[in-house]
Write a protein of this length. Structure first.
Lengths: 344, 271
């Protein structure tokens, strides 16, 4: 067991992608500026930033759709060495790309997926089975032989995702994979990515959707004006923000007439454990109640002991005021706060 | 040995796959133009009575066919490079296949289609000559050879334009303008400036070889002197008719290499 763990740790330490002072200039403007990034095997990286931050350009540089102005990109090859992709793209580990909203040749998914599979040297005897499996999973099986021209934006996006993962690549680059998708398709893509993650596949996602990022990614790179502002594990980012939150789902709503009193009491009782340094422009108060969703959000100082005390107080001192039916810690809202803090 | 075979497979397999996909994607267009070509040849043969003998019959048919070829080539070559970038189909393709291999596969597929179309036209014309005049003109095969080199030159020009123009429409309009208006005007201008300079740069001029290698056409590799009888004020005008076959082939080969080189540079620049 210990041996397995060390193997897996070694694998995780293995650098699979590295950028050295990567820059791309369009005219006089740097779209990507001195980007230094190290991605290890099995990591899931979220690339977060506003429009025009340089996310798509970075992926295009990795995909060799663009040539860097300066710097280089190293990707692991089949001989386990890092290889400069500007020198040669041969023998690199298999990669899958979904860039922008995909545009396909005027044909049908069956023909094109077969073509892509052959280009990736996917085993011939398994191609049909794989097409059936993926098209069925993403509810496109009835469209297998229909012209892609007639597809909706969401269907094209699903097909774009399928072509990116078809050959079980070792590293997947997804640029806004959730664009145009309905909630069901989003969940399916998320689930599929989780399966890939379990198989130690490296995933690189550029997205605005912090919820998706928080659920899938281990690490986040905040990018703005072509520069990485922060690149770290999500947990470390939380520590950096020095705040944590607990979301309590209440059974019944707090009566309006008692709301002010309850909030005052909560602030008093929980005062030693609440986050005193929260930015009022990001969070108005460390204790917040949303009547519509019956949610009580408490921003505490992040110490596990404080968390335990808060649970005790809520159960002991407020049992006559409300009943907490579940606790959760949302990474999303934390990420949103981080996002707002980092990308100003 | 095995390593070598694997290496060659790695180079040629993606090109072959692209080649077959391109044929598959183009089949409707191919059928339409093949049908149009045969229809055009047969209509000309049996419903256009203005020819004196089998050679003038054949030559005239080729004159019209050259114009037809310019338009058909645009339909097949003008989107090879530009669509991958402007329509963004390349975003899916380029990470899967080296872009040069992709373009080679597409180019060769379209070139094969258009060469077959040219052969089809000549075969139909030979069939018509056989039916009408009971003869096959041997020089038609020479003309076919020149036509094939001409179409390769034209296709490389379109490929180059396709790599610098933003869209297919721009490419098509430019190709038509260059070939039907640009080159003839330049020839006239050159004649006006200096009659001694042969307009070997002009694809239109070189293309004259296609129909004039058929006997009875313009004298190959010679010049005619137009004499204007407008008093003594105007000197006689010497007109370049066609280049020699050797010069024609040489210039076309030069153009093919040049346009390929320019295309390569243009694609690199697109990055």
């Amino acid at each position: 067991m210990v041996k397995n763990k060390s193997i897996s740790d070694n694998k995780l330490n293995e650098i699979i992608l590295k950028t050295n002072n990567l820059s791309k200039k369009f005219g006089k403007n740097f779209v990507v500026k001195n980007l230094n990034l190290e991605v290890h095997k099995g990591e899931t990286i979220g690339f977060v930033g506003p429009n025009g931050a340089g996310k798509t350009t970075t992926i295009k540089l990795i995909a060799k759709l663009l040539r860097p102005t300066t710097g280089n990109i190293l990707i692991k090859n089949k001989r386990n060495n890092l290889q400069d992709i500007s020198v040669s793209s041969q023998d690199l580990i298999s990669m899958g790309f979904l860039i922008d909203i995909p545009v396909f040749y005027d044909s049908n998914p069956n023909v094109l997926l077969k073509h892509y599979a052959k280009l990736h040297n996917y085993p011939k005897e398994k191609i049909n089975q794989r097409i059936e499996e993926l098209l069925s999973y993403f509810n496109l099986i009835n469209w297998k032989k229909k012209r892609i021209k007639t597809f909706s934006k969401g269907m094209k996006q699903k097909l774009g995702f399928i072509q990116a993962i078809f050959h079980d690549p070792e590293i997947i680059f997804l640029d806004e994979p959730q664009t145009g998708l309905d909630p069901k398709a989003r969940i399916k893509i998320r689930q599929y990515l989780k399966t890939f993650k379990e198989q130690n596949t490296t995933i690189f996602i550029a997205s605005h959707m912090l919820r998706e990022i928080s659920e899938i990614c281990d690490k986040i790179a905040f990018i703005n004006n072509g520069e990485i502002i922060k690149f770290d594990r999500i947990e470390n980012m939380e520590k950096l923000l020095k705040t944590s939150e607990i979301m309590c789902q209440l059974l019944e709503p707090i009566p309006i007439e008692r709301l002010e009193l309850v909030e005052k009491k909560l602030n008093e009782k929980l005062a030693p454990y609440l986050d005193k340094n929260i930015d009022p422009t990001i969070v108005e108060s460390p204790v917040q109640y949303q009547p519509s969703s019956k949610n009580l959000t408490i921003y505490y100082d992040g110490r596990p002991e404080s968390k335990g005390e808060i649970f005790k107080i809520l159960g002991k001192d407020f049992d006559s005021e409300f009943t907490v039916i579940s606790f959760s810690q949302s990474k999303t809202s934390l990420l949103e706060k981080l996002y707002l803090e980092k990308i100003k | 040995m095995n390593k070598k075979i694997t290496k060659y497979k790695g180079v040629f397999n993606p090109i072959l796959r692209t080649y077959f996909l391109e044929l598959r994607l183009r089949w409707k267009r191919v059928l339409f133009f093949y049908f149009t070509t045969v229809f055009f040849a047969l209509s000309y043969s049996f419903f256009y009575p203005y020819h004196f003998d089998e050679c003038s019959f054949y030559r005239n048919a080729l004159t019209y066919f050259r114009i037809f070829l310019i338009f058909v080539s645009c339909f097949f070559f003008s989107d090879i490079v530009s669509s991958e970038f402007s329509k963004k189909t390349g975003y899916i393709m380029f990470p899967k296949i080296n872009k040069y291999k992709l373009f080679v596969g597409k180019f060769v597929a379209n070139l094969n289609i258009i060469i077959l179309l040219v052969i089809l036209y000549y075969l139909t014309m030979n069939f018509s000559t056989m039916v009408i005049y009971d003869i096959i003109i041997p020089e038609s095969y020479l003309s076919l050879g020149i036509a094939i080199i001409y179409i390769i030159t034209l296709s490389t020009l379109i490929l180059f334009l396709s790599s610098i123009m933003p869209t297919v429409n721009y490419t098509t309009v430019t190709v038509v303008l260059i070939n039907l208006i640009g080159f003839p005007i330049l020839e006239q201008v050159l004649t006006a400036i200096n009659q001694e300079i042969e307009p070997i740069f002009s694809l239109n001029y070189i293309g004259n070889l296609i129909n004039h290698v058929i006997p009875g056409g313009l004298p190959i590799g010679k010049r005619w002197i137009w004499v204007y009888y407008a008093g003594d004020t105007l000197p006689p005008v010497k007109v370049w008719l066609t280049p020699t076959i050797e010069v024609g082939i040489l210039i076309m080969s030069f153009y093919i290499a040049l346009f390929f080189l320019f295309t390569l540079l243009a694609i690199k620049r697109k990055e």
